[in-house]
Ligand binder design. Structure first.
Ligand code: BG6
Ligand code: MG
Length: 220
Protein backbone atom coordinates (compact mmCIF):
# COMPACT_ATOMS: atom_id res chain seq x y z
CA UNK A 1 0.00 0.00 0.00
CA UNK A 2 1.54 3.28 -1.08
CA UNK A 3 1.68 6.22 1.28
CA UNK A 4 0.75 9.61 -0.19
CA UNK A 5 1.83 12.65 1.82
CA UNK A 6 1.87 15.52 -0.69
CA UNK A 7 0.25 16.82 -3.85
CA UNK A 8 2.37 19.03 -6.12
CA UNK A 9 0.53 21.08 -8.71
CA UNK A 10 1.68 22.60 -11.95
CA UNK A 11 0.05 26.01 -12.36
CA UNK A 12 -0.60 26.90 -16.00
CA UNK A 13 -3.19 24.46 -17.37
CA UNK A 14 -3.91 22.71 -14.06
CA UNK A 15 -4.96 25.42 -11.60
CA UNK A 16 -5.71 28.19 -14.09
CA UNK A 17 -5.62 28.60 -17.83
CA UNK A 18 -2.97 31.13 -18.67
CA UNK A 19 -1.99 29.36 -21.93
CA UNK A 20 -4.18 31.80 -23.87
CA UNK A 21 -2.39 34.79 -22.33
CA UNK A 22 1.02 33.24 -23.14
CA UNK A 23 -0.22 32.72 -26.70
CA UNK A 24 -1.48 36.31 -27.12
CA UNK A 25 1.77 37.72 -25.72
CA UNK A 26 4.02 35.59 -27.97
CA UNK A 27 1.72 36.27 -30.93
CA UNK A 28 2.02 40.02 -30.48
CA UNK A 29 5.82 39.78 -30.38
CA UNK A 30 5.86 37.42 -33.37
CA UNK A 31 3.59 39.71 -35.41
CA UNK A 32 5.68 42.75 -34.56
CA UNK A 33 8.82 40.93 -35.69
CA UNK A 34 7.26 39.29 -38.75
CA UNK A 35 7.73 35.76 -37.36
CA UNK A 36 5.10 33.11 -38.21
CA UNK A 37 3.40 31.76 -35.05
CA UNK A 38 0.11 29.86 -34.81
CA UNK A 39 -2.11 28.55 -32.01
CA UNK A 40 -0.86 25.09 -32.89
CA UNK A 41 2.75 26.26 -32.43
CA UNK A 42 1.68 27.59 -29.02
CA UNK A 43 0.35 24.20 -27.89
CA UNK A 44 3.89 22.82 -28.16
CA UNK A 45 5.05 25.48 -25.67
CA UNK A 46 2.99 24.15 -22.72
CA UNK A 47 5.26 23.79 -19.71
CA UNK A 48 8.26 25.04 -21.68
CA UNK A 49 10.41 27.82 -20.14
CA UNK A 50 10.34 31.37 -21.50
CA UNK A 51 13.75 31.05 -23.15
CA UNK A 52 13.06 27.63 -24.68
CA UNK A 53 9.68 28.94 -25.91
CA UNK A 54 11.49 31.75 -27.75
CA UNK A 55 14.02 29.31 -29.21
CA UNK A 56 11.13 27.20 -30.56
CA UNK A 57 9.26 30.26 -31.84
CA UNK A 58 12.37 31.29 -33.79
CA UNK A 59 12.28 27.91 -35.60
CA UNK A 60 16.03 27.65 -36.10
CA UNK A 61 16.74 31.37 -36.50
CA UNK A 62 19.67 32.35 -34.24
CA UNK A 63 19.70 35.79 -32.58
CA UNK A 64 22.43 37.53 -30.55
CA UNK A 65 21.93 37.19 -26.78
CA UNK A 66 20.97 40.86 -26.16
CA UNK A 67 18.18 40.52 -28.73
CA UNK A 68 16.98 37.27 -27.14
CA UNK A 69 16.84 39.07 -23.78
CA UNK A 70 14.95 41.99 -25.31
CA UNK A 71 12.38 39.70 -26.98
CA UNK A 72 11.81 37.76 -23.73
CA UNK A 73 11.40 41.00 -21.77
CA UNK A 74 8.89 42.32 -24.29
CA UNK A 75 6.85 39.12 -24.31
CA UNK A 76 6.83 39.14 -20.51
CA UNK A 77 5.65 42.75 -20.46
CA UNK A 78 2.72 41.83 -22.74
CA UNK A 79 1.98 38.72 -20.65
CA UNK A 80 2.04 40.63 -17.36
CA UNK A 81 -0.53 43.09 -18.69
CA UNK A 82 -2.93 40.11 -18.92
CA UNK A 83 -1.97 38.87 -15.43
CA UNK A 84 -3.19 42.13 -13.96
CA UNK A 85 -6.74 40.99 -14.84
CA UNK A 86 -6.54 37.65 -12.97
CA UNK A 87 -9.02 37.14 -10.12
CA UNK A 88 -10.29 34.09 -8.17
CA UNK A 89 -12.81 33.66 -11.02
CA UNK A 90 -9.87 32.43 -13.13
CA UNK A 91 -9.44 29.29 -11.02
CA UNK A 92 -10.30 26.26 -13.19
CA UNK A 93 -13.50 24.46 -12.22
CA UNK A 94 -13.14 22.16 -9.23
CA UNK A 95 -9.70 23.39 -8.13
CA UNK A 96 -10.78 25.26 -4.97
CA UNK A 97 -12.80 22.27 -3.78
CA UNK A 98 -10.01 19.80 -4.60
CA UNK A 99 -7.41 21.82 -2.65
CA UNK A 100 -9.78 22.03 0.34
CA UNK A 101 -10.42 18.27 0.26
CA UNK A 102 -6.69 17.54 0.09
CA UNK A 103 -6.04 19.77 3.11
CA UNK A 104 -8.84 18.02 5.01
CA UNK A 105 -7.06 14.70 4.29
CA UNK A 106 -3.88 16.12 5.87
CA UNK A 107 -2.05 16.14 2.54
CA UNK A 108 0.66 18.79 2.12
CA UNK A 109 0.30 21.03 -0.92
CA UNK A 110 3.10 22.26 -3.16
CA UNK A 111 3.34 24.24 -6.37
CA UNK A 112 5.82 23.28 -9.08
CA UNK A 113 5.61 25.80 -11.92
CA UNK A 114 8.19 26.73 -14.56
CA UNK A 115 6.85 30.28 -14.54
CA UNK A 116 8.73 33.23 -13.08
CA UNK A 117 5.32 34.88 -12.75
CA UNK A 118 3.82 32.05 -10.66
CA UNK A 119 3.64 33.99 -7.39
CA UNK A 120 1.79 36.87 -9.06
CA UNK A 121 -0.66 34.43 -10.68
CA UNK A 122 -1.32 32.75 -7.29
CA UNK A 123 -1.85 36.17 -5.73
CA UNK A 124 -4.41 37.14 -8.39
CA UNK A 125 -6.17 33.82 -7.87
CA UNK A 126 -6.15 34.42 -4.10
CA UNK A 127 -4.69 31.01 -3.22
CA UNK A 128 -1.06 31.75 -2.21
CA UNK A 129 -1.62 30.72 1.40
CA UNK A 130 -3.03 27.32 0.39
CA UNK A 131 0.48 26.10 -0.45
CA UNK A 132 3.06 24.79 2.01
CA UNK A 133 5.84 25.24 -0.57
CA UNK A 134 6.02 27.20 -3.80
CA UNK A 135 8.53 26.27 -6.50
CA UNK A 136 8.65 28.58 -9.53
CA UNK A 137 10.84 29.63 -12.44
CA UNK A 138 13.45 30.98 -10.01
CA UNK A 139 13.79 27.87 -7.81
CA UNK A 140 16.07 25.68 -9.95
CA UNK A 141 18.06 26.19 -13.14
CA UNK A 142 17.26 22.98 -15.02
CA UNK A 143 13.68 23.17 -16.28
CA UNK A 144 11.14 20.34 -16.89
CA UNK A 145 11.56 17.57 -18.12
CA UNK A 146 14.45 17.64 -15.61
CA UNK A 147 13.06 16.46 -12.25
CA UNK A 148 14.85 19.24 -10.30
CA UNK A 149 11.85 21.49 -9.62
CA UNK A 150 9.65 18.71 -8.22
CA UNK A 151 12.55 17.36 -6.12
CA UNK A 152 13.09 20.91 -4.82
CA UNK A 153 9.42 21.25 -3.84
CA UNK A 154 9.37 17.81 -2.17
CA UNK A 155 12.44 18.85 -0.16
CA UNK A 156 10.71 22.03 0.97
CA UNK A 157 7.66 19.96 1.98
CA UNK A 158 9.96 17.52 3.78
CA UNK A 159 8.30 14.61 1.98
CA UNK A 160 10.14 11.84 0.04
CA UNK A 161 9.49 11.98 -3.75
CA UNK A 162 7.90 8.51 -3.64
CA UNK A 163 5.11 9.94 -1.43
CA UNK A 164 4.27 12.80 -3.83
CA UNK A 165 1.61 13.03 -6.53
CA UNK A 166 2.21 15.55 -9.33
CA UNK A 167 -0.67 17.09 -11.29
CA UNK A 168 0.47 18.17 -14.75
CA UNK A 169 -0.95 19.19 -18.13
CA UNK A 170 2.36 19.06 -20.03
CA UNK A 171 4.26 16.09 -21.39
CA UNK A 172 7.55 17.53 -20.07
CA UNK A 173 5.99 17.89 -16.60
CA UNK A 174 4.76 14.29 -16.47
CA UNK A 175 8.22 13.13 -17.60
CA UNK A 176 9.90 15.24 -14.89
CA UNK A 177 7.71 13.79 -12.14
CA UNK A 178 8.13 10.21 -13.33
CA UNK A 179 11.90 10.71 -13.50
CA UNK A 180 12.04 11.27 -9.72
CA UNK A 181 9.62 8.46 -8.84
CA UNK A 182 6.55 10.54 -8.08
CA UNK A 183 3.00 9.48 -8.87
CA UNK A 184 1.49 11.40 -11.77
CA UNK A 185 -1.98 12.63 -12.61
CA UNK A 186 -2.18 13.97 -16.16
CA UNK A 187 -4.74 16.72 -16.74
CA UNK A 188 -6.21 17.12 -20.22
CA UNK A 189 -5.44 15.57 -23.58
CA UNK A 190 -4.12 11.97 -23.27
CA UNK A 191 -2.03 12.69 -26.38
CA UNK A 192 0.03 14.99 -24.14
CA UNK A 193 -0.20 13.37 -20.70
CA UNK A 194 -0.90 9.71 -21.55
CA UNK A 195 2.30 8.63 -19.77
CA UNK A 196 0.79 9.61 -16.40
CA UNK A 197 -0.47 6.98 -13.90
CA UNK A 198 -3.98 8.44 -14.12
CA UNK A 199 -5.38 10.83 -16.75
CA UNK A 200 -8.31 13.16 -15.97
CA UNK A 201 -9.94 15.81 -18.17
CA UNK A 202 -9.75 18.32 -15.27
CA UNK A 203 -10.23 18.42 -11.48
CA UNK A 204 -13.97 19.19 -11.55
CA UNK A 205 -15.87 16.79 -9.29
CA UNK A 206 -12.77 14.73 -8.47
CA UNK A 207 -12.86 13.19 -4.99
CA UNK A 208 -9.50 13.04 -3.22
CA UNK A 209 -10.51 9.78 -1.48
CA UNK A 210 -11.28 8.11 -4.87
CA UNK A 211 -8.01 9.31 -6.32
CA UNK A 212 -6.01 8.05 -3.33
CA UNK A 213 -7.79 4.69 -3.69
CA UNK A 214 -6.77 4.41 -7.35
CA UNK A 215 -3.18 5.44 -6.66
CA UNK A 216 -2.91 2.85 -3.89
CA UNK A 217 -3.22 0.13 -6.54
CA UNK A 218 -0.37 1.48 -8.61
CA UNK A 219 3.17 0.35 -7.98
CA UNK A 220 6.14 2.04 -9.59
C1 BG6 B 1 4.88 27.51 -17.83
C2 BG6 B 1 3.99 27.75 -19.04
O1 BG6 B 1 4.11 27.29 -16.71
O2 BG6 B 1 5.69 28.65 -17.60
C3 BG6 B 1 4.83 28.13 -20.24
O3 BG6 B 1 3.26 26.57 -19.31
C4 BG6 B 1 5.71 29.32 -19.90
O4 BG6 B 1 3.98 28.43 -21.33
C5 BG6 B 1 6.55 29.00 -18.67
O5 BG6 B 1 6.57 29.64 -20.99
C6 BG6 B 1 7.44 30.18 -18.24
O6 BG6 B 1 6.61 31.23 -17.82
P1 BG6 B 1 7.10 32.69 -17.52
O7 BG6 B 1 5.93 33.32 -16.82
O8 BG6 B 1 8.31 32.60 -16.63
O9 BG6 B 1 7.43 33.33 -18.83
MG1 MG C 1 1.20 23.50 -17.31
Amino acid sequence: MSKISAFIFDLDGVITDTAEYHYLAWKRLADEEGLPFSREDNEALRGVSRRESLVRLLKGKVLPEPQMEAYMARKNEYYRAFLAQITPANLLEGVADFLAQARAHGIKLGLGSASKNARDVLKGLGITDQFDAIGDGYSVSRTKPAPDLFVWVAGRLNVPPAECVVFEDAEAGVAAARECGMYTVGIGDPARVGAADIVLPNLAGVQVSDLLGKLANITH
